[in-house]
Design a protein. Structure first.
Length: 273
């Protein structure tokens, strides 16, 4: 069959993504991306360290970022995103800004990080008080709280798993459990941290049950990267992704639970502190 009349594939917007060496959720990132966009991913070099503040510092070293962006530049992305929450909050606000400057200088395109995207998303939603869910140890979770506090964001409740490896294997059931435990005070939104923690299918259920916007690390990263090039991220029943004229409402009906998620439970859940 002669397909020459088709004229080749349609032009694609390119989004460069720098991920830590152990990132295992490439497919999740793609789920927020419309057909006119291609992701171009690269990873930081392997280091034999578990998830910790030390690892966060290692995978966000400026020379590591320069080398990663240099490799991505060959594919000519229009924006570069550093998809790692802990690696982008471990140095505080100043550290996050410095990372963006290094990547932008090397790649000569706009650059952003997951933690910077989180602050942009919270500003977009007008959320100054959040409940927090992480798979991290307590020390890494506290470092995220310090970063948020520096930005003027109050954490009203938290839940964390204490993991140092295999975070991508955490089921939706555990994510939903933690979310229910974290929402113990008046919060404007819930944030689920770590780009290696699966969240896509859990977000609609949690928004409907908790009656608040639910943000996740991969969601805000893709939302911010695509917005930078004038493209809307895609995703059902996610408050952050609503078109400007669609209003702030979350669905009245709870969507069907994702595989592995717990059914919605209206009774109060006891939170972690």
């Amino acid at each position: 069959m002669d397909v020459s009349f088709l004229g080749g594939p349609q032009p694609q917007h390119g989004v460069g993504v720098v991920a830590p060496f152990d990132f295992a959720l490439d497919r999740e990132l793609w789920r927020w991306v419309p057909d006119a966009v291609s992701l171009r991913l690269t990873r930081t070099p392997y280091v034999p360290v578990g998830v910790s503040l030390d690892l966060a510092r290692m995978v966000s070293e400026h020379e590591t970022l320069r080398e990663a962006v240099r490799a991505l530049s060959a594919s000519e992305p229009e924006v570069v995103a550093y998809a790692c929450t802990s690696g982008s909050f471990v140095g505080g606000l100043a550290g996050e800004r410095a990372m963006c400057e290094v990547m932008s200088s090397e790649g000569e395109v706009p650059s952003l990080t997951t933690s910077g995207a989180l602050l942009d998303a919270l500003d977009e939603l007008g959320a100054g008080r959040i409940a927090l869910v992480t798979p991290y140890t307590e020390s890494v979770t506290r470092s995220l709280e310090d970063y948020l506090g520096e930005a003027g964001v109050t954490v009203t409740g938290r839940a964390f798993l204490g993991l140092t490896r295999h975070i991508w294997k955490v089921p939706y059931r555990s994510v939903v459990d933690m979310a229910r435990q974290a929402v113990v005070g008046a919060a404007d939104a819930l944030f689920i941290s770590c780009t290696n923690l699966p969240t896509y299918d859990a977000i609609p259920q949690l928004e409907a049950e908790l009656r608040m916007p639910v943000l996740s690390a991969n969601q805000v990263t893709m939302w911010a990267a695509l917005r930078t090039i004038g493209v809307h991220a895609v995703g059902p029943y996610q408050a952050l992704l609503l078109q400007p004229d669609a209003g702030p409402e979350v669905p009245d009906e709870v969507p069907p639970p994702a595989p592995g998620a717990l059914p919605a439970q209206p009774e109060e859940q006891e939170g972690w502190t």
